[in-house]
Structures are given as C-alpha cells and as structure tokens.
Design a protein around this ligand. Structure first.
Ligand code: BTX
Length: 326
C-alpha cells in the first residue's frame, strides 16, 4: 500500500539512523498507532527493525531487497545506477523508464522494482516477475550511434549480465541469440531493448533486464517450469540481488565505454565466447518464415547468419531460435 511504501521510504531516507514514530506519522500522514501496526507487519515480512524508547525506530535490515541504498552502497560506477528510481511494485519498469527518458533522465538512470505485475517480454509476451526474488531493472542509455546499431546494445547487455553471473556465482551462463541467457538450456535471463528515436537519431535506448535469482521451482508457473530456471535453482545458494545488480552495472558501464571507444568488435568477441549456438544447426522462426541452417556467426550489426542446406546465407534480424532435435 501507499502508506507502507512511505514508511519504508522514511526508513530508507534515514540511512539507518533513528526516526521517531511521530516523524514517520507526520511524513506518512497517518496516526502513530497506524505506524505501529505497519511496523509490526513489516517485521512479520522479515524486516529487522530496532525500536528504542525516546529515539524511535531504525531499520537494521530489509528482507534482502534492492532499494536505492542497498544498490548504491559499494557501487563501483560513475554513472550507471547513480540515479535510481525504486518501486516496490510496478506494472513494468520499462514503462517507467520510457517516461523518465522522455523527461530527460540522465544516462545511466535505472528503474528497479521488487515485483512487476505486467513484466514485458518481446513481441508483447509476458515476463514473470514475482516479488523479492529476481532483478527487474531498466537502464536508460543515450548513445550517439545510428539507429541500426542499437541491437548491438542488447548483445552488450547479455555479455555484461553473463559476466556478472560468473563473477557472483559459480555458474557459467550461455547466450542464445539474441537476448537469452541460459543455464543448462533453461532461461535464467531475458533482455528487452526499446528505442526512442526520431528519424535516424536515437533519443534513448531502454535496456530491460530480467534475471531469475532466488526463485524456487514452485515459484514459476507450471508452463515455465520446464523452460525457466533461477540462479538459486542451479547453484543451491541464495544470492544477494543487490550485489548482482552492482556487478551488472559495473560490467555494463565498462563494456559500454569500450563499445563507444572501440566499436562493436570487442563486444562481439566476448559475446561469441558465451554463445551456445555458433556452428550448430538452428531453427529460426520469423514473422514470415522458418529457416533451418547452421549458425555461422553474427555480423557487426548483431545480425545472426544462418546457412541453409543449399549454402544460401540468411541474415536473421529478429526471430525465435530453437535447436532442432535430430
Ligand atoms: P522474450 O519474449 O524473449 O521471453 C518471454 C518468454 O519467456 C515468455 O513468453 C515465456 O515463455 C518465458 N518467460 C516468461 N517469464 C520468464 C521468466 N521469469 N524466466 C524465464 N522465462 C520466462 C525476454 O522476452 C525479455 C524479458 C525482459 C524482462 C525485463 S524485466 C525488466 C524490464 N521490464 C519489463 O517489463 N521487461 C524487462
């Protein structure tokens, strides 16, 4: 609820120092009794709150959440994640990020939520984003690149997240073109890139990153249980989402600077080192047709090249990729 969100805000703003019940009540605009009730509820949900007479309340820890404070303390970037728009629950972080981008939010601004009720995948598919378990984040970039090179940023993001997963866990994800990160063939991360542009000028690029972190298998709906996985399911340990977010932001910023300075080739090399599908036979289902062919590689604009049986090479701009069973 709004009241709860404000109470949590009041604690976050206090940076771990005490706030009195009266201060919270004033800030939220409710009675002290109401504050007290909400605080009891927060405790039941795993918040550790210290209460001292005449001083008030102080937050010791939240249930591993990803508020601005958790992300910014120890964040080793200069721009990425330096501005954070945090929400406990949203329809889609992409929607908010698009709005902020229109309002001239600085490059590197992120929108992050504990839960998405209408998380977006590609082609108006859904992205399942249950509360407190994953990373649901959108990053605003303002690169000075031509329109047709924007897909490279999706590939860049996939590399940065793959690296971050390797840095923070014992797991090594694989990338499936263009935007999926898989562990043992199951999807652990999805990336959605949206553009705001006028004619050929990019105004902003919004990169949406969804990482399944601490879900148990039963947290996924039935229809996803065979195709999705989480870092917890694969590694058996629960992982600090804030730490993983920090690592993603750090890797992304670094790789983005490399990209702006040296172009796509260094990113492409890294991408190929994570790619599962190169050299294999793949089935690409596009809006118009289905092409089966051997994956030769990606071009400098991030286009996948498939060579069919007759030797013809098909550039694939957008498709769903599966590996056909022999
Ligand atoms: P996609 O279209 O490649 O993948 C969507 C498909 O993946 C769904 O149709 C479903 O089969 C499957 N799926 C749905 N949820 C999950 C999940 N949690 N884990 C694994 N598989 C799933 C991928 O689109 C792009 C997803 C981007 C999500 C981020 S989260 C932050 C940002 N905000 C937002 O609304 N979307 C992005």
């Amino acid at each position: 609820s709004d009241v709860r969100k404000k109470i949590i805000d009041a604690f976050s703003n206090a940076f771990g120092s005490f706030v009195s019940g009266q201060e919270i009540a004033d800030y939220v605009g409710c009675s002290r009794t109401a504050v007290w009730k909400h605080i009891e509820e927060l405790r039941n949900e795993g918040y550790v709150l210290e209460a001292i007479r005449n001083k008030g309340y102080r937050i010791i820890s939240a249930p591993g959440n990803v508020t601005s404070n958790e992300i910014q303390i120890g964040l080793q970037t200069t721009a990425f994640g330096q501005n954070i728009h945090y929400e406990e629950s949203v329809d889609s972080t992409q929607k908010i990020a698009n709005r902020l981008a229109n309002e001239d939010a600085a490059e590197g601004t992120i929108v992050i939520a504990e839960e998405q009720t209408l998380g977006k995948g590609r082609l108006s598919r859904n992205w399942h984003s249950p509360k407190f378990t994953g990373i649901w984040m959108s990053l605003i970039l303002r690169p000075n690149i031509p329109f047709h090179e924007a897909p490279q940023l999706t590939l860049l993001a996939a590399v940065a997240v793959a690296q971050a997963i390797e840095d923070v866990t014992e797991l090594t994800p694989e990338i499936k073109w263009p935007n999926d990160l898989l562990i043992k063939g199951k999807k652990v991360t999805g990336i959605l890139t949206e553009l705001q542009a006028e004619s050929d000028r990019i105004h902003s690029v919004i990169i949406g990153i969804g990482v399944n972190v601490n879900q148990k298998l039963s947290d996924f709906p039935k229809e996803l249980q065979d195709i999705a996985t989480s870092l917890f399911i694969e590694s058996g340990v629960s992982i600090s989402r804030a730490a993983l977010i920090q690592q993603i932001l750090r890797n992304m910023e670094k790789l983005y600077h490399t990209y702006l300075q040296h172009g796509f080739s260094p990113v492409k090399l890294l991408w190929e080192s994570y790619a599962v599908s190169l050299g294999k036979e793949l089935k690409a289902t596009t809006v118009n047709e289905t092409i089966i062919g051997k994956a030769l590689g990606i071009t400098d604009s991030g286009v996948l090249l498939l060579e069919d049986k007759t030797g013809k090479v098909h550039p694939i701009y957008s498709a769903d990729i599966t590996i056909p069973r022999k």
